[in-house]
Design a protein around this ligand. Structure first.
Ligand code: NAG
Ligand code: NAG
Ligand code: NAG
Ligand code: NAG
Length: 475
């Protein structure tokens, strides 16, 4: 049996349904998708007047929303969208939105900051939108990661889940994502009273793949950008980390997963990222076909991008005029090299970090993550590296649910080393269904089934990658 997204969603919906107890299921529930307006049609997303004069992390407006798995199944959580002030790469004031979710019987002295892999540029791909009941579910990776958020809510953690790509959905822009995360954490603290949080909560940040761009950059930037959070941040868990964008291009260009690349180019060229330099460059170099692809990804979410650009190449003369010299053009490489983590010792994490990565990751290469581990260690950070010896990118995300949860629990309990580094190897196939206690056994059991279906090293997915673009059936 092969892993299709519909199988994955089906299995996880079974789990999700079981956790929806008789708890506070909110009223005014939508029974269909497409009933709440997407961000581009929703005034809440327009920056509140006077935002330019606010401080980074200030709360500008908020509203209560209903959060639901796959846009339909309401979760028993109290949830708010909070608009907060942050800044663009050029330090201009911008605003973004974060979602704060409070489970029943929440712990009030801590929260988890969950950095969703949005991996796209369309406004309707934003996590804050996709997480709502009644929202369209074009942003399938976001829909699925909502289930991973459940593992934290289910353990009583309040969760902060920011739209760290900012107002232009600037996928791939490292610094912007990092500051977007850090300002959302400040905003969650500032908003904390409304959800019963203490004034100085403990915080752990987590993310995988695209979400690890945000997590890794936030970890590195925090000591200089947000020293006010020094006492709050207890750790960062980052899996499948895209530590070096050039090497991602080398691995996936021309493959089924190539569609992430025009999305990253469009993201870097967003106004809040590097648009001022990147747009003239694109106008000079891109072919009409290249421009059309960039426009497509600006309007769509990851799964559509993958379908549209499968087996195409950004290094071809069909896409831009320089062909395979494109990445090595001085202006292009200056921009792309700027997305490498671990090169600037002034941007090393001071809170402990977990990095985990599949040896056979077919989307985000393994070697640069090890290099990031070595750089941060040599700069004095405390980093644990877990190599998943028989995992691919998808199996790594699934196995990482356990690793991430364990790290979060340990970091909050003060059981994670705050100095020194360590590296170990684990097999994804030994995922223990009782690893997080009996209460989470149902989801871990389903995850183990998924590992089997994905195959060792994602071998079943590699054999037939197009199973990703199957339309999901969630009912
Ligand atoms: C990033 O990856 C590219 C391509 O593999 C490599 O040439 C470059 O040295 C790497 N950068 C760093 C800082 O490791
Ligand atoms: C600076 O950032 C703002 C906000 O995103 C953007 O509108 C503006 O175009 C940027 N300016 C430059 C020169 O990059
Ligand atoms: C690299 O990023 C920094 C901000 O982190 C910015 O000041 C610098 O201008 C960027 N360089 C390029 C070539 O975009
Ligand atoms: C998975 O990768 C390991 C290490 O590269 C290799 O030894 C093993 O044969 C692979 N398994 C499959 C099913 O491809």
């Amino acid at each position: 049996m092969q892993l299709s997204l519909s199988t994955l969603l089906g299995l996880l919906v079974v789990y999700a349904t079981t956790i929806i107890s008789a708890a506070v299921v909110p009223s005014h529930i939508y029974t269909e998708r497409g009933l709440v307006p997407p961000p581009q049609d929703d005034d809440f997303y327009n920056s509140a007047p006077g935002y330019q004069n606010a401080k980074n992390g200030d709360v500008l407006k908020s509203r209560q929303v209903v959060i639901g798995i796959f846009g339909l199944l309401p979760e028993p959580v109290e949830a708010y969208q909070v608009q907060y002030r942050t800044e663009s790469v050029n330090l201009t004031a911008i605003t973004s939105v974060t979602t704060i979710m409070k489970p029943v019987l929440a712990k009030t002295d801590k929260f988890v900051s969950f950095h969703t892999a949005e991996d796209s540029n369309g406004p309707q791909c934003a996590p804050s939108y996709t997480y709502r009941v009644g929202a369209d579910q074009e942003s399938l990776i976001v829909s699925v990661e909502n289930l991973i958020i459940q593992t934290y809510l289910f353990q009583g953690y309040i969760v902060n889940a920011p739209d760290y790509e900012g107002p232009d959905n600037a996928f791939g822009a490292g610094k912007l994502s990092g500051t977007g995360v850090l300002d959302s954490i400040r905003a969650a603290k500032n908003f904390g009273k409304q959800v019963g949080l203490i004034a100085e909560p403990a915080i752990v940040g987590v993310g995988y793949s695209g979400g690890a761009i945000a997590t890794g950059w936030a970890a590195g930037l925090q000591p200089s950008y947000a020293p006010d959070l020094n006492q709050n941040i207890k750790g960062w868990s980052s899996g499948g980390t895209p530590a070096n964008l050039t090497s991602v291009v080398e691995l996936i260009d021309g493959t089924f997963f190539a569609g992430f690349l025009p999305a990253a180019i469009a993201g870097l060229a967003a106004p809040s990222a590097y648009g001022a330099t990147a747009i003239p460059l694109i106008n000079e170099l891109a072919t009409p076909y290249g421009q059309a692809e960039l426009q497509f990804v600006r309007e769509n979410c990851a799964v559509a991008d993958l379908g549209h650009f499968a087996f195409q190449s950004i290094s071809s003369k069909k896409f831009q005029k320089l062909g395979d010299r494109f990445l090595y053009d001085p202006q292009v490489s200056a921009l792309v090299n700027n997305q490498t983590m671990g090169v600037n010792p002034a941007q090393r994490p001071t809170a402990p970090v977990l990095l985990y990565h599949s040896l056979n990751d077919e989307i985000i290469p393994y070697a640069p993550a090890v290099k990031l581990y070595e750089s941060w260690c040599s700069q004095g950070s405390a980093v644990q590296f877990v190599e998943l010896a028989n995992g691919g990118h998808i199996t790594g995300e699934i196995a990482g649910v356990v690793l991430g949860n364990q790290f979060v629990n340990d970091a909050f309990a003060g059981k994670v080393a705050t100095s020194g580094c360590s590296k170990k190897t684990e097999l994804t196939s030994i995922l223990n269904p009782l690893a997080l206690g009996a209460s989470l056994e149902p989801i871990l059991f389903q995850l183990i089934n998924l590992l089997g279906e994905a195959g060792e090293n994602d071998s079943n997915i590699k054999a037939n990658p197009s199973i990703f673009t199957n339309p999901p059936k969630t009912q």
